[in-house]
Design a protein around this ligand. Sequence first.
Ligand code: GDP
Ligand code: GDP
Length: 498
Amino acid sequence: RLDKVVGTSSVMVDFTKIDINKLPRVLIMGRPNVGKSALFNRLIRRREALVYNTPTDHVTRDIREGVAKLGNLRFKVLDSAGIEAEASSGSVLGRTAEMTGNVLSKTQFVILLVDARDGVLPMDLDVGKWLRKNAPGMKTIVVMNKAESLDDCDGSLGAAVGDAYNLGFGEPIALSAETGLGMAELHETLRPLLEEYVIQNNIRDDEIKENEENNSSEDMESKLPLQLAIVGRPNVGKSTLLNTILQEDRVLVGPEAGLTRDSIRAEFEYEGRTIYLVDTAGWLERTKQQEKGPASLSIMQSRKHLMRAHVVVLVLDAEEIAKARRSMKHVEVVIARRAVEEGRGLVVIVNKMDLLRGKENYKLYKSVIEAVPQEIQTVIPQVTGIPVVFVSALEAKSQIAVMNQVVETYEKWCLRLSTARLNRWLRKVMSRHSWKDQAAQPKIKYFTQVKARPPTFIAFMSGKTQLSDTDLRFLTRSLKEDFDLGGIPVRILQRTVE
Ligand code: GDP
Ligand code: GDP
């Protein structure tokens, strides 16, 4: 684990220059319904071939093969249906399992897919057993799918990952084939394996170059489609803003397209980037309902909707703010807090600024511009520098003002910092801070980013020392200031190493 953390220098193979037939092969295995097809589709970039929850005939489904593109990696990916037949019936090898066996002999790596929500079931253990028996020594990566529905913070993700160790194939990784979360971790795990295979088998690309700091996963993640939610109370101008943002690019998607059937309302391009508008209809109603009393179902539903968005745009009404003493109504505070708690990027839009123009309104105009950022900072103290954009949705130019901020926030949300860079930063930060006494200074061995979207870091603590809440706040604040992460919920976890 630590080797992975410390080692930053590597040889980079240019997979795009390798003959397709010589590419390494990766077989996706797992019991039915864990999301094999979904992962396969994501890897071969066939977004239109989305998987729905319709009963498919797993027994007769063929093994599909395609060329996977994962950042700068290229490999052959195979989606197995065969093993399912055996695992689900518990019977001896059927024709399809035999087929999987044949494929296995030509495969270099296996992704053993597990449903993170279900944890490891006996059937998963069966697949593992089958694999060990039929392909002893096969390099296997355990991947927990559907991880977008689990929470880093309440420990459910940690528990699922711990569970997956029991499969005995080493450290599992968590991702979501549906949302693309964690694809960078898959990239980071596969890259050294695939490179080693290419080099050992003398499969030459035109150039094998030395690369000290590999930023490929960083590039990849910020190029993934951006999922945007526009939320706010009725009449603040959400629809107007949306129409201005879409302009002629308006593409309405039918119920069969998009990421999931019910959650995507529109897909459009902004400066060459694909943006999905996440449907939040009814979301506010549920939030309101929830304010009145505990309704766990509605909390779950509103969380689910929000978790689909990468960036949440909260629209406020400037005219109402000018009239009232406070900028944000209770429900708006609830939305903003929830967005931040769920690790989403937050952008606040103050709309209808045109109504406050003109000399006679100057004081009001000024007070709105000053009050809103201050109040946001007060109600959400845990995230500093949440961007606030003042616009009139009736004007075409608001498209650029809003979308540029959305894209900027998204890119920060996807940011990946190399371990080398982070540790250089850490040394500086620790010396900058004056600890009450030298003994109180926490002993951090390494500091590394475990994931992006949102940026999450682990401090590896030496011996028994722990970071206090004050230390954590200090580190979080420094990270945000030094890497310009305003408005981004940054998380720091800690782990003890000997
Ligand atoms: P397979 O039988 O292993 O090929 O599984 P499928 O790819 O057909 O997926 C089974 C079900 O899980 C489908 O309803 C998918 O929409 C769903 N699914 C797949 N990946 C994810 C994911 O990352 N998150 C969630 N929430 N559902 C997923
Ligand atoms: P929604 O309920 O949040 O979707 O709000 P709408 O987009 O339907 O807008 C509600 C009302 O506010 C409509 O009458 C809009 O014309 C008006 N409106 C929206 N944006 C602006 C704006 O920037 N300036 C002014 N003056 N009116 C606006």
